[in-house]
Design a protein around this ligand. Structure first.
Ligand SMILES: Cc1cc2nc3c(=O)[nH]c(=O)nc-3n(C[C@H](O)[C@H](O)[C@H](O)COP(=O)(O)OP(=O)(O)OC[C@H]3O[C@@H](n4cnc5c(N)ncnc54)[C@H](O)[C@@H]3O)c2cc1C
Length: 473
């Protein structure tokens, strides 16, 4: 028997996968007995905000992730495909039919029992060898949050997300932007440390060690004034009541800083001190710093630019920053309530807790971001919990697949600066001899990933025919 707490995207997918392997599952969902501040129905897998599962082409990382999930028999993606509505290149769904479809599929699965109750702790079955998946999402109930805090330690469970936008390195104009660390305090070059150089360059803007750790977008006084005015006039996203809470002073949205005074951002994250623009030989009036976000150096985040501006407004206003005029955004900034563990200190790539292998975390609480990523983690956690219940070894998909890269990120990212991530090509290892053109390179990586996920699926101990039978036509 497997116990799964939380009937959202991750928990529903996990239940389906485990039952598909022939293992009985009890799925505990606290709604409608105990509501969350955001969910509005008692359906399983309710979409709390947008109705989009984002891009569907394999040249886009989330499109590749979906393609892999289809090959692994994902319930979430199957029902999303069945309930899709027109949305250009994206997979968007009729949210009511989607959630009803997931609920109906699980209710009709004999091996799945659904119980409507809040689970307050991690001792559900009384037998800690019995697999337990915690998939209670960003709005995990307070009592269970407390129990998770006790398990992972106070410093390893977070309740808030303040995310700065991330841009694709190759869309940054390096003719304007300059590389430097404030006061020249960069990470030492190998010659300075005597260590070997393990830096990886993924064809992005990664600089040679010793050159400076940041990319700096310099602004003149005029450019700064126009940018400040645009920040003041930009539209803020519609906020849920839970996201109206007071912000930490150290983590203010950039537009809130701008409202406090024209110079506030310039004395905060946009301060130019310690930096000299090599093209003018002078200190700029203000600076936006970009910090490398992936080992490959193909993603950079805007330092201190957590924001609640609408995504379209972020694109419009942040492209006013010199050097970012043509920037492509890999992820937009956000600030929202989110309960998540520091994955790298708690989890392995199989989504098992390192100190209690029968305990799995999946979905947003495990430290991923997004509907598809949550369901993907539930998929692997469900398969692995089933493997454990059948006395087989849990397995992680290859890191060269999108779904494997996600598990690797959650378990291996830098724990000191851990932030939940959407899937991105920057998380998948670079491919030897890949084509230079971005679209061709991505297609090649995607092709490799799809071949490998099929090989991984074929090698699973549970015969896939059995899973197909369970899934029906
Ligand atoms: C306000 C908000 C908006 C978001 N918008 C988007 C978006 O537009 N697009 C996107 O891709 N992602 C979005 N996300 C992020 C994330 O992808 C979703 O939250 C997603 O639903 C996460 O899936 P999950 O399965 O981890 O959690 P959920 O889908 O939230 O499922 C968790 C379930 O666990 C239940 N539960 C909680 N505690 C207990 C307990 N103790 N016992 C039993 N049941 C419990 C909850 O009732 C819930 O049904 C948003 C998040 C928030 C908070």
């Amino acid at each position: 028997m497997i116990h799964i707490i939380g009937g959202g995207l991750a928990g529903s997918e996990a239940a389906w996968q485990a039952a598909a392997c022939g293992v009985p599952v009890t799925l505990y969902e606290m709604r409608p007995v105990r509501p969350t501040p955001v969910h509005q129905t008692d359906s399983l897998a309710e979409l709390v905000c947008s109705n989009s599962f984002r891009a569907d082409k394999i040249e886009n990382a989330v499109g590749l992730l979906k393609a892999e999930m289809r090959r692994l028999g994902s319930l979430v993606i199957r029902v999303a495909d069945e309930t899709r509505v027109p949305a250009g290149g994206a997979l968007a769904v009729d949210r009511v039919r989607f959630a009803q479809g997931i609920t109906a599929a699980l209710e009709a699965t004999p091996l799945v029992t659904i119980r409507r109750e809040e689970i307050p702790d991690l001792s559900l079955s009384g037998d800690i060898r019995e697999p337990l998946i915690v998939a209670t999402g960003p709005l995990t109930s307070p009592r269970l949050s407390q129990a998770v805090t006790e398990f992972v330690g106070r410093d390893h469970l977070y309740f808030y997300d303040a995310i700065s936008p991330i841009v694709l390195a190759e869309t940054i104009d390096l003719g304007i932007v300059f590389r430097a660390s404030r006061w020249g305090r960069h990470t030492p070059a190998p010659a300075e440390t005597g260590l070997e150089d393990h830096a990886v360059s993924g064809g992005g803007a990664a600089g040679a060690p010793g050159e400076g750790d940041y990319l700096n977008c310099p602004m003149t006084a005029d450019e700064y004034c126009r940018f400040h005015a645009a920040l003041l006039g930009a539209e803020i996203a519609t906020l849920h009541e839970i996201d109206r809470e007071r912000f930490f002073e150290g983590c203010l949205p950039i537009e809130v800083m701008a409202r406090r005074g024209e110079d506030t951002p310039r004395f905060g994250p946009m301060k130019p001190v310690g930096l000299v623009d090599p093209r003018t030989g002078r200190r700029p009036y203000a600076v936006v710093q970009l910090r490398q976000d992936t080992v490959a150096g193909d993603h950079y985040s805007l330092v201190g630019f957590q924001t609640q501006l609408k995504w379209g407004e972020q694109a419009r206003v942040f492209r006013m920053i010199p050097g970012l005029e043509a920037a492509e955004f890999v992820r937009f900034g956000m600030i929202h309530r989110n309960t998540y563990i520091n994955g790298p200190t708690v989890l392995g790539p199989t989504w098992q807790a390192r100190h209690r292998p029968s305990l799995f975390f999946a979905g947003q609480i495990s430290g991923v971001e997004g509907y598809v990523e949550s369901a993907a983690s539930g998929l692997i956690a469900g398969l692995n919990a089933a493997a454990l219940a059948r006395d087989e070894a849990p397995q992680a998909p290859p890191r060269t697949t999108a779904i494997g890269a996600l598990g690797h990120y959650v378990s291996h990212a830098d724990p000191a600066n851990y932030q939940p991530s959407n899937i991105a090509f920057g998380l998948i290892p670079v491919m030897e001899g890949a084509p230079r053109r971005r679209a061709d390179r991505r297609r090649a990586v995607a092709k490799r990933a799809l071949t490998q996920i099929e090989a991984w699926r074929a090698a699973l101990v549970v015969p896939f025919e059995m899973m197909v039978m369970h899934r029906g036509p």
